[in-house]
Design a protein around this ligand. Structure first.
Ligand code: HPA
Ligand code: ZN
Length: 334
């Protein structure tokens, strides 16, 4: 099974680039940029990653991101992630970035974008990995700040496929960003949103109806509303599920209790993703392996996660055909 997973072509649709900052790189950048961090070595950093809920993670995650200052830091961060994609046979990835985490510290939007896009372009040429970028608004900040961020993105519009919504879900429902998302859609961006991670299933409905999202990030709380599950199946709404994230942040008490396999078998389009791999203990293969060791799955079911992700991705029709072909060749060879 693990061998099948290792060789399986994969598509990642839920990955925060700031969440791929490994403690070793965090240390190197802290030293280089003269940023104080409250740890003496990378092992101490890892030991501190013991979370009780989403907020306890976010506090450490935003602190870690402060070591990212220069364009080359964003390049190094993104390149390291793309090498992990190569190792895990991820052929296409759609990455989130949180501009406000950086612009609020005086780092320019351009600095962030130049570093990230340089690594993505190099990965396409040298590693054969295609990618798309999704700009996420931090939902704990206000609407005005989100509008300002949307404005800053204008010169980079060709490099950003969609806008999304992340950070603290409880207390910051989708409606708070209805007008920003409407403006973004008018400018031609697709939309996605984190919903139904810690917040109620009604946030999933509002993300669909108010923010008009193409897919839902996490969405695992949909199981509280059978009518909503029926709608997700009927309308083929994809959920970008992040198994290790969900257990590390206590959304589920164990991987055995995770509902991803139930949802798959009911016919919901679900995929497996890493979310913040440096913080949650693993990249794509680790997430697939964690699900496969807690649940009995056939090869066909495991391949279905990739199949669903290809269908839900924002890449071109031509690239989708290529990805489907890679998957088919692999499954046929088993
Ligand atoms: N949820 C909300 N915000 C986030 C997450 C997440 O899983 N990861 C990074 N920012
Ligand atoms: Zn996320």
């Amino acid at each position: 099974m693990y061998q099948f997973i290792a060789g399986l072509p994969k598509v990642e649709l839920h990955l925060h680039i700031e969440g791929s900052l490994e403690p070793e790189l965090m240390f190197a950048l802290a030293l280089h940029n003269n940023i104080a961090i409250p740890f003496t070595n990378p092992d101490e950093v890892r030991a501190a990653y013991d979370f009780s809920n989403l907020q306890s993670f976010l506090d450490i995650y935003y602190q870690g991101a402060q070591v990212l200052v220069k364009q080359s830091d964003f390049y190094d961060l993104t390149w390291a992630y793309m090498l992990r994609c190569k190792a895990d046979n991820v052929l296409h990835t759609e990455l989130f970035f949180d501009p406000q985490t950086h612009t609020d510290r005086g780092i320019s939007f351009d600095t962030v974008m130049k570093g990230i896009t340089q690594a993505l372009a190099q990965a396409e040429v040298e590693l054969g990995i295609s990618s798309q970028l999704i700009l996420c608004f931090l939902r704990h900040l206000d609407e005005a700040s989100a509008f300002e961020t949307l404005q800053q993105a204008t010169p980079w519009k060709e490099s950003i496929v969609a806008v999304g919504l992340d950070s603290s879900e409880v207390g910051h429902p989708p409606e708070k960003f209805a007008r920003v998302f409407a403006a973004a859609r008018e400018q031609g961006y697709l939309t996605v949103a984190h919903a139904g991670e810690e917040g109620p299933s009604s946030n999933i409905i509002d993300a669909l109806d108010v923010l008009k999202v193409s897919r839902i990030d996490h969405g695992v709380r949909c199981v509280d509303d059978p009518q909503l599950v029926a709608r997700l199946i009927e309308q083929k709404v994809h959920l970008t599920i992040c198994p290790l994230s969900n257990t590390k942040l206590k959304v589920f008490e164990s991987m055995k209790r995770h509902t991803i396999v139930d949802l798959l078998r009911q016919g919901v389009s679900v995929g497996i993703n890493a979310d913040d791999p440096a913080y949650f203990g693993g990249y794509m293969n680790d997430n697939f392996n964690a699900v496969a060791s807690a649940h009995q799955l056939s090869f066909e079911e495991i391949a279905k996660f990739t199949h669903n992700a290809i269908d839900a991705s924002f890449c071109s029709i031509e690239r989708k055909l290529e990805l489907r072909q890679h998957l088919q060749v692999y499954v046929d060879s088993q």
